[in-house]
Write a protein that binds this ligand. Sequence first.
Ligand SMILES: NC(=O)c1ccc[n+]([C@@H]2O[C@H](COP(=O)([O-])OP(=O)(O)OC[C@H]3O[C@@H](n4cnc5c(N)ncnc54)[C@H](OP(=O)(O)O)[C@@H]3O)[C@@H](O)[C@H]2O)c1
Length: 323
Amino acid sequence: MRRVVCTEWGEPENLVIEELPDPVPGPGQVVVEVAAAGVNFVDALFVAGTYQIKVPPPFTPGSEMAGTVAEVGDGVTGVAPGDRVLSSLGLGAYASHVVVAADSLTPLPDQLDTPTAAALAQSYCTVWLAMTSRITVTPGKTVLVLGAGGGIGLAAIDVARALGARVIAAASTPEKLADATAMGATATIAYESEDLKTRARELADGQLDVVIDPVGGAHTEAALRALGVGGRLAVIGFAAGDIPSLRTNLVLLNNRSVVGVDWGAWAMRNPAEQAALLGEVLNAVSAGRLHPATPSQRPLAEAGAVLRDLLERRLRGKTVLVP
Ligand SMILES: NC(=O)c1ccc[n+]([C@@H]2O[C@H](COP(=O)([O-])OP(=O)(O)OC[C@H]3O[C@@H](n4cnc5c(N)ncnc54)[C@H](OP(=O)(O)O)[C@@H]3O)[C@@H](O)[C@H]2O)c1
């Protein structure tokens, strides 16, 4: 087997590839031959050593993957060699093979291709939790999505549209805004060149209901100021690097709310609820209510270059690494 290894926290270019004997599953475990590993922002943070959970090197990054069951250990029921599965394993997905607990695997519906499945769980589960539980998005509401051409952004557009909301997409380039429009956004804001607060208010006819914010930095305050009566801002991440400090008078005005969404911690504490949530997402994909974008494919050996592209805002939508 081959795997990517982070031998020291720092730049993604320092990642190396290791060759090892193929793994053997222990009792209750399964070896999955990885078809594709989803690339996520958190992977870059683990490699830099700047994530809130710090994993000492050496480790293999990669928080999610999909592939085919190669071998099962003693006592495993429910999955068999040849099954197509996905797993949100947290770390270790940037590899040709992974060993995981059998109960961490989810079978893939026939309608879902393996690369798309590899890049789906983290973004869609985060957004689904945000919009159905933390802030609830209902038909007729207007939702502003920041970083709309990224992984969370495109998932947010898809889920908001499926829930009957109208979506305004904000992103940095015409290409990312075109991706957001293709996903279902009906209005766009080029937030590095246009006034985000003013344009969002105009496009929402004065009643912006929800902001989905995976970006942070200066855009958060502008988006908060754009929210209408009872508006809610979901704090999802800080891709811009700066964690904004907000003045609470902006929350008081218009009876607004600022709501945190920490899907990873929630999923670890609530595994049964997470399995149910992922099931809802996959059912919605199978039924054609959600249509996740097909990810770009890059070779596993390019892991460092792909993470560099992510950190420099060059990726569009989702990307998977193919062993
Ligand atoms: N709370 C949770 O449970 C949870 C779950 C998953 C992810 N997250 C977090 O959500 C954030 C976004 O994740 P993602 O998967 O959507 O990442 P992504 O696919 O890389 O998208 C992030 C977007 O942020 C924008 N951005 C602005 N400034 C940036 C900068 N300096 N560097 C990189 N991107 C920048 C980019 O869009 P523009 O170029 O258009 O500005 C980019 O498309 C990350 O902080 C991640 O850790 C949180």
